[in-house]
Design a binder for this molecule. Structure first.
Ligand code: TMP
Length: 218
């Protein structure tokens, strides 16, 4: 897979439970970057390429529907396959050009959902992520933290619930606690934001952390 040598761009990811507001905040961040004249790319996982979007459809709806639930390890493979494709085709080339890449979910989602949520072994996920990303890691990861109750209410109000949004509250509680553990383990990389705040206030907290990173690049 892609080997990321001599990175010159900036890689930022947004993470959080369902309904935490990642899409709104990813778009808001992209807009601020563009207003600053920064060349930025916004993408999402799973998705971001034609193959990735097809894998997204499968993993969020078709696979595992009906009587036979999708095996957690196979679910992991599908997310990781989408990740490898996105890194290879979109993220690595953009970083190499010196762009800022904003990605709505990345490798930490698999650790939180398939690892903490479904119980897939941490070492397995770490190894698969390493292969899929070629060792590429975000400089900054924003965790939009919200109670499971509030997040699911928002996500469900937004439309038809996907396979994950239909999961039990206990699953989502494990995902949330998993994210909090990840953020505590690597405080330099993670920015934890209280997603109960207004979208503008959340966007402001994110921007305060991103702006100095832009200056450091130039
Ligand atoms: P989204 O609704 O934030 O776009 O994400 C789609 C769903 O996929 C969300 O419920 C989280 C889940 N997901 C995983 O379980 N593992 C992963 O690696 C990724 C990227 C997403």
């Amino acid at each position: 897979m892609a080997q990321i040598a001599g990175q010159s761009g900036l890689f930022i990811t947004l993470e959080g439970g369902d309904g935490a507001g990642k899409s709104v905040q990813s778009n808001a961040l992209l807009q601020r970057l563009e207003e600053r004249g920064v060349t930025a790319v916004l993408t999402r996982e799973p998705g971001g390429t034609p193959l990735g979007e097809r894998l997204r459809d499968i993993v969020l709806s078709l696979a595992g529907s009906g009587d036979s639930p999708l095996h957690p390890l196979i679910e992991t493979f599908l997310f990781v396959a989408a990740r490898a494709e996105l890194v290879e085709r979109v993220i690595a080339p953009a970083i190499a050009r010196g762009d800022v890449v904003v990605c709505d979910r990345f490798a930490d989602s698999t650790v939180a959902y398939q690892g903490f949520g479904r119980g897939v072994e941490a070492e397995v996920i770490e190894r698969l992520n390493e292969i899929a990303t070629g060792g590429l890691r975000p400089k900054l990861t924003v965790l939009l933290d919200l109670s499971v109750e509030a997040g699911l209410a928002r996500a469900r109000a937004a439309g038809t619930a996907d396979r994950f949004e239909r999961e039990a509250v206990a699953f989502h509680e494990r995902v949330r606690a998993g994210y909090q553990t990840l953020a505590e383990r690597e405080p330099d990389r993670w920015l934890l934001v209280d997603a109960r705040q207004s979208p503008d206030a959340v966007a402001e907290s994110i921007w305060r952390r991103v702006e100095p990173l832009l200056k450091r690049r130039s």
